[in-house]
Design a binder for this molecule. Sequence first.
Ligand code: AMP
Length: 450
Amino acid sequence: MASFLKTYVLFFDRCQVKYIYTGRIKGDDSQEENMAETINSVRGMRDILPRETKIWQIVEREAFNVIEEFGFEEIRVPVVEELRLFQRSVGSFTDIVQKEMYVFKDKGDRLLALRPEATASVVRAYLQHQLHAKKRVTRLYYSGPMFRYDRPQKGRYRQFYQIGAEIFGGESPYFDAELIVILSRILNRLKVSHYSFEINSVGCDRCKIEYSNILQKFLILRANELCQDCQTRLRHNVLRVLDCKVVSCRDIIKDVPSIQQILCDGCKKHQQTIYNCLMNHNIQFIENSHLVRGLDYYTMTVFELKINGEETAVAGGGRYNNLVKDLGGPHTPAAGFAIGMDRLCDLVAPETKEGIEILVFFLGDKALQQGTILINNSRIEGIKLILDYNERSLKNHLKVADREEAKHVLILGDDELVENCFLYRNMKDGSQKHIKFDQFSNFLKGLKNV
Ligand code: AMP
């Protein structure tokens, strides 16, 4: 009997949950579909194919190495969290929470969300497992997919990947600077050089309130010219107006008073120390007094990593001194960053040095049986031995090797088996030689050292 699941797809309009679709999803009767029809990936969500994953692996390896060298430890947090975690951290009036979240109810009627970012989850875990009681300063890093129902375009996806790092328990501006130094190191290791940082301070609690009031007074005079979203922001979180991408709003934003003019001595000193530290590290940056970022939890430092001449950021971060407390923990100054992997990987050239791959063919059952064991027991790090178990003639095996542009081929036929050797063929120059089984390991090591 066909079973039907009733689903609710939710979205948020000014923080009120609405059901936008109450439909039926086909269950057991899905065989009714045209089975020959191919199914593509969901809009905004993409496959990362082997050519690209090679680059991703290099980027991940370098990024994790650098981050670990600074003493960060990995944390893995779930992809699904309670919706209210993001409402309370990212902010109920941010675009991310209002428009871009994947929200659903599970069978236990819990209101859940696919994470749009991971800082909130890391803070939740930090509190849930009382990591704050274990160390004065805790450095954690994470990686994985995030989900935002954004308008897909190049470099912007609905499922995208981030590597992030968070420092809990550090008040000093040197912690903020350390995060920027880490990002810069990662880019240098990946040989990406044409980048710089944009930095701003959104102020401590007092400065933030004072600046918000100034901004509100300024913008209210031109409220009619602001886009619909900014009119709401004007009432609920005026700083977010500075982040608006609508042309008419950008026109107004360029005239707003700068937060730099009203920062208190403490905020100014904090910012100046970061600048000095970055200059001492020869890291390029500019001050952008309009930078506020898309998440509400930031206090004082905010920064973005940009490739010269490009509008979108590869990474972003800042200080969030109130978030741990806002999520029910003790007062804990903290700071962090998130790198957009999809964007960073686009900047990295594929590795030119290819690893060694040897294609292995067998001629005959006995050769297949014994050769498989022999090969699997001789594997060494750094050389790929790729076995082809299909039955073909020698001529056809070599045709396959040609088509796959193999550089090294090993052949084991029943004749070779009697002689206890493989036939090795260098496909580049066509030369061939026999390799005795007891010399095979040495042969592989030799290939590796060429
Ligand atoms: P955020 O979490 O908004 O601070 O963003 C940090 C970084 O994640 C950005 O600088 C981007 O590189 C990346 N990012 C954010 N949203 C997306 C998206 N929709 N698609 C691809 N990358 C994204």
